[in-house]
Design a protein around this ligand. Structure first.
Ligand code: ATP
Length: 273
């Protein structure tokens, strides 16, 4: 409540940001990765960069600024697991055209770009509309080779409710009609639905549901794994990539934490490679 001071039980700092999480998962599976982002010239920024290095991610395009603090989120979780989150985007908001221009060579030479744009350079793009906004500009759909969202993002983007595989198939087609190359709607323990063409029925890719110790970051683990498969196995059918990404993400939900729960190549069955 406003004005109240209470005691908590435990405090810890973890690394995040959806883009960073997705990059870490792809790197841990063996992908050559680079992050394009901006952090503050502060202690969090220094740790943040070190964390990328520890995960083998290139930081050549991670810039530090004096003009804002490193982006951070305070997440307060109560004893029943409910949370309250305050996000301060900070230095993220200062990433602009100039920085992207400096990273352009790396972007155009990449096999997969996770976010948006760069399609004209034949780089495959995965766009993850998180946090979703209802009136997403049509360019984002058109620039996405694979548009990947979860149930709540799909609901916000289409105005349709998503509570079943059938609903996900319906919204997948709706999103596909907005101009994306393909659409994947993730469904937690039910796996995901893949839509590739309006002439083809959407395909449910089920998974083996596991008891989640902490599902935070499951979507990021899925997208990171998908990026890995798109970069390393470009001719693999998207449905097979989604089946494998389901299994990687299922492993991530069985351990507490976000990046801390993301598996390395050595932790995964060899048939996933
Ligand atoms: P978050 O916001 O927590 O990162 P999300 O809502 O974006 O997650 P989900 O759709 O919940 O993403 O999960 C992404 C993927 O993770 C699913 O498609 C599935 O492959 C896997 N997954 C999530 N929960 C489970 C579970 N309990 N059992 C097996 N797989 C799971």
């Amino acid at each position: 409540m406003a004005g109240e001071t209470i005691h908590g039980h435990r405090f810890f700092i973890g690394f995040g940001g959806k883009g960073a999480n997705q990059c870490v998962q792809a790197a841990r599976m063996g992908a050559k990765t680079a992050m394009v982002c901006k952090v503050g010239r502060d202690v969090f920024g220094n740790y943040y960069i070190q964390n990328f290095k520890n995960n083998g991610i290139s930081t050549a395009y991670v810039e530090q600024t004096e003009n804002a603090a490193t982006g951070a989120a305070s997440i307060i979780v109560n004893d029943t697991g409910e949370n309250a989150i305050v996000i301060v985007a900070g230095a993220n908001m200062l990433l602009g055209q100039e920085e992207l221009q400096r990273a352009l060579t790396a972007i155009v030479n990449a096999k997969v770009l996770v976010c948006q744009m760069a399609r004209e350079n034949h780089v495959k793009t995965i766009f993850n509309p998180a946090p979703a906004i209802a009136d997403l500009c049509s360019d984002f759909y058109k620039a996405s080779d694979v548009f990947c969202c979860n149930e709540s993002e799909a609901e916000l983007l289409t105005g349709l409710s998503v509570t079943s595989v059938e609903d996900a198939s319906q919204v997948g087609l709706e999103l596909l009609n907005k101009g994306c190359g393909s659409v994947i709607v993730t469904l937690g323990p039910q796996g995901c639905v893949v839509c590739q063409s309006t002439n083809m029925a959407p395909k449910h890719i089920p998974t083996t549901a596991v008891t989640a110790a902490d599902a935070t970051g499951a979507g990021d683990s899925f997208i990171g794994a998908l990026a890995f498969y798109m970069a390393h196995y470009p001719t693999m059918p998207l449905e097979e990539m989604a089946r494998r990404a389901n299994l990687v993400a299922a492993m991530s939900v069985q351990t507490v934490g976000t990046q801390t729960s993301f598996p390395f190549q050595k932790d995964l069955p060899t048939e996933l490679f």
